[in-house]
Ligand binder design. Structure first.
Ligand code: KDG
Length: 317
């Protein structure tokens, strides 16, 4: 059974209803959101064994987060609990065109941003096939950055693959800051996932999609590099060979978390079959389904993914 452990912050998510503005709201939908826990949840729901490592303030908000993650079968036993700091919050309003999604973070000085590398039980990484984290985690503080580096070092020591989604968030840092922090980290990554936008604006790759994929593959030397192309599908490169899959037609309900669902689908199937083409199909199917489900965590099961993929032809270039 494929297994993965992720590392990152999860916040309480407050979403407005009926396209209201945040400042207009009288009530919010309360759920949770965090790229790395979204990944761990999606991975567990596909049938994998997953764990999420984080740090939370031990109060009802912290417990709400952990309860919502645990209910999907994710192992949360390595979460670090503290009496100090706070739980991060984020607010979302959804707008129809020409308004877009508006995200407001209220997360400064959270328990996770104050995590120290030596606090984490990194030995647990030895029990998993993959250690997964993202650029969001690296952006949160100097100690988060150091923790990611230590996690990667430990993963390598144990022979656990490192997967990393660049996941650039403009509200957290500038493209220049992101490039400076990520450039060295990405050289240590085995499964590297990046959107076409982040590949250009943060990692400064240029040219056609194939040029971009090849350039990043050569620059960082991962086992496999995935370039997600939004409404144009996704592409991957492994052993110098390019694979590409088409997107599904989708009607968007909530796009947040779709990238994390892609990551879970891709990595889960890649571990299960060692087949890049199939892994891309699983990633793109997970992302398509995730777009139709409100909330960050994706309530998808393995059979739905298989049903969606069935009958669809792979498109390889
Ligand atoms: O990928 C979804 C994330 O962006 C969302 O869950 C919030 O983790 C989050 C963040 O830090 O932006």
């Amino acid at each position: 059974m494929p297994s993965a452990v992720s590392f990152g912050e999860t916040m309480i998510r407050f979403s407005t209803k009926n396209f209201e503005r945040i400042e207009q709201a009288r009530e919010f939908e309360v759920s949770i959101g965090g790229a790395e826990s979204n990944f761990a949840i999606a991975f567990a729901r596909l049938g994998g064994r997953s764990a999420w490592i984080s740090k939370l303030t031990n109060n009802p908000l912290g417990r709400l987060i952990v309860n919502r993650i645990r209910e999907h079968g994710v192992d949360v036993s390595n979460v670090i609990w503290t009496k100090e700091y706070r739980v991060g919050l984020y607010f979302i309003e959804f707008g129809r065109k020409p308004r877009g999604i508006e995200v407001l973070y209220d997360r400064k000085n959270s328990a996770f941003a104050n995590i120290q590398p030596h606090e984490v039980n990194w030995d647990v990484l030895a029990e998993y096939d993959v250690f997964h984290t993202t650029g969001i985690t690296v952006s949160l503080s100097e100690s988060c950055r150091k923790s990611v580096k230590m996690g990667i070092t430990k993963a390598k020591e144990f022979g656990t693959k490192v997967s990393f989604d660049v996941n650039y968030r403009a509200k957290l840092w500038s493209p220049e800051e992101a490039f400076k922090a990520l450039d060295a980290i990405l050289k240590e990554v085995d499964i590297l996932i990046v959107t076409k936008e982040d590949a250009k604006s943060v990692l400064l790759a240029e040219g056609s999609y194939e040029d971009i994929a090849r350039e990043l593959y050569q620059r960082y030397g991962p086992e496999v590099l995935v370039l997600t192309l939004g409404s144009e599908g996704a592409m991957a490169i492994k052993d110098g060979r390019i694979y590409r899959v088409k997107p599904y037609p989708i009607e968007v309900v909530d796009r947040i978390g779709a990238g994390d669902a892609f990551d879970a689908g891709f990595i889960y199937r890649y571990l299960e079959k060692q087949d890049v083409k199939e892994a891309l199909e699983w990633g793109i199917a997970m992302a398509a389904l995730a777009h139709t489900i409100p909330g960050d965590p994706v309530y998808i099961v393995r059979d739905e993914v298989k049903r969606l993929i069935k009958g669809r032809e792979y498109c390889e270039i």
